[in-house]
Design a protein around this ligand. Structure first.
Ligand code: ADP
Ligand code: MG
Length: 344
């Protein structure tokens, strides 16, 4: 090892991306937004085109011991569509690149693509290309998605203003709790292969982990309601991490209330059974693929009765004060634990 070697684990994923993006110059006027949001924004004349890539790697991202390939295919598409939704856009095309080993049969790849095609059908996205290659070890799937948004409707992570209301869709933490259930059943199976997995009562959480949905429906509802959020991001790394992204990118602070953060009842009880703090799962669990956005106070009236949008707090001026008010009324600073695949 040379003396100059620095460990990636010290930077973490976000630190590494910051470093990569430091000296990137955009040469084309058409590159409206480069690195730093859920998708890049390209000016094509009448509309903006949105582009985002997500790669899933066997090991850090999924374990084929309990992830059916069909679900995996579906999830890969959904997480990409989610990034387009986070820009207030509609996904239109994907390319799919896979690296495989001869451990996989033709039927296994068929199953993967069945999931991909089902997702394409559901989100009305067209599979238009990709690449196929061999991998040294394990399965790697990389999807690039293209989407479209009207120029005056694009939403970045940067527009949150003091007094805006912070909204989040669906419920949070269940996907992480589902992962704990799957890990436990895998351990049981490894100890005693005759045991059948016991997933009864856990279907919702396991479903949230294995087959997440992108909230393209919310983009439609916001449009119907005549609302353009002031900022938006999808919840892939956990609510706390995403709130901090909005804070940093918008130069504002956030204050959220623990009792407003939506957690599914069964997920809450399961977390307790697993000796996990449900609110920590919601804040730091990740992979919920819900939408986190801010709206101006004037727009609250238009969506206040939406059954799946929750109002969890407010934006304020002090960008260094990102806090949660606990059920007991104490002020808890938000910190991003997120996923750090580089942790040693
Ligand atoms: P998300 O969680 O929404 O998928 P990421 O955290 O993966 O977003 O990425 C944040 C930003 O960094 C995005 O704009 C993404 O395109 C960019 N990015 C991530 N990895 C790289 C890389 N290796 N080179 C250039 N840009 C990258
Ligand atoms: Mg995202």
């Amino acid at each position: 090892m040379s003396e100059n070697r620095s460990e990636i684990s010290q930077l973490g994923e976000f630190g590494l991306i910051d470093r990569i993006s430091r000296n990137v110059t955009l040469h084309n006027k058409t590159s409206v937004k480069g690195i730093g949001d859920d998708a890049a924004v390209i000016d094509i004349g009448d509309d903006f085109i949105l582009i985002s890539t997500d790669m899933l790697v066997e090991g850090p991202h999924f374990d084929l011991a309990y992830v059916p390939l069909q679900h995996l295919g579906y999830k890969c598409v959904a997480v990409n569509v989610s990034d387009i939704a986070a820009m207030n856009g509609k996904a239109e095309q994907i390319t799919v690149s896979i690296a495989i080993t001869n451990r996989f049969s033709v039927e296994a790849i068929d199953a993967l693509y069945q999931g991909i095609k089902t997702a394409c059908e559901n989100y009305q996205v067209d599979l238009v290309g990709g690449d196929t290659t061999s991998s040294g070890s394990g399965l790697v799937i990389s999807i690039t998605v293209l989407g479209r948004v009207k120029k005056n409707k694009v939403v970045y992570r940067t527009g949150a203003k003091p007094n805006d209301i912070i909204c989040v869709t669906g419920d949070l933490g269940a996907a992480f709790i589902g992962l704990q259930v799957l890990e436990r059943e895998k351990q049981v199976f490894l100890t005693n292969p005759d045991m059948q997995p016991n997933l009864e009562n856990f279907e919702y959480m396991v479903g949230r982990q294995l087959k997440p949905e992108a909230r393209a429906d919310i983009i439609f509802d916001l449009e119907e309601a005549g609302i353009i959020p002031t900022s938006m991001i999808d919840v892939s790394d956990g609510l706390a991490s995403e709130l901090l992204h909005l804070s940093r990118n918008s130069g504002v602070g956030v204050r959220v209330f623990e009792d407003k953060i939506p957690i599914d009842q069964l997920a809450f009880e399961t977390a307790v059974e697993f000796k996990l703090d449900p609110i920590t799962c919601a804040l730091n669990g990740g992979e919920d693929y819900e939408l986190l956005f801010t709206i101006s106070q004037a727009d609250h009236e238009k969506i206040k009765n939406h059954p799946d949008i929750h109002f969890i707090g407010y934006v304020h001026e002090l960008k260094d004060q990102n806090v949660m008010i606990s059920k007991q009324g104490t002020i808890v600073p938000l910190s991003a634990q997120g996923w750090n695949h580089f942790r040693s």
